[in-house]
Design a protein around this ligand. Structure first.
Ligand code: CU
Length: 151
């Protein structure tokens, strides 16, 4: 009986662990021929203050977190080591702000596919948690524009 109670407590703890960080609405745009990098977009919420420190995906040779800044009216982006995740606040990684780049794509992204990826966050106490998620690949829009990537 004592054993059963211990098991229940353990399962409970595992549940809390899993929900500390949630990733939602993940998607990427289908690539065009010759395109070797694509933006991976998603929302992430950490229940505790944390840093987004790494993202990996079997679809890409390298994954970078990019920040976007305005410099004399010109949008510039650069790779950053980590991104702050305020406690309980959803952080949106989209095309127009901070975003994630899948670099050195291993194969073209095709609409309808899903791309698995793993997000690693580090909490203030240095403890790390990983979250696995999948991004839906959406078709290319008819018109181009909004955000150009230079890599
Ligand atoms: Cu970028």
């Amino acid at each position: 009986m004592r054993y059963a109670i211990a098991m229940a407590a353990l399962l409970c703890a595992a549940q809390v662990w899993a929900e500390e960080v949630t990733v939602s609405d993940a998607w990427a745009r289908a690539t065009v021929p010759g395109q070797e990098a694509a933006a991976l977009q998603f929302s992430i919420t950490s229940q505790k203050e944390a840093q987004l420190v790494a993202i990996s995906s079997p679809a890409a040779g390298d994954v970078e977190i990019h920040s976007m800044t305005h410099d004399n009216g010109v949008m510039k982006m650069r790779a950053i080591e980590s991104l702050a995740l305020p406690a309980g606040k959803m952080v949106d990684l989209g095309a127009s702000g901070n975003h994630v780049m899948l670099n050195s794509l291993k194969q073209p992204l095709k609409a309808g596919e899903s791309i698995p990826f793993t997000v690693t966050v580090q909490f203030a106490d240095k403890r790390r948690a990983t979250v696995k998620a999948k991004a839906e690949v959406k078709p290319q829009p008819e018109s181009h524009g909004e955000h150009e990537h230079h890599h």
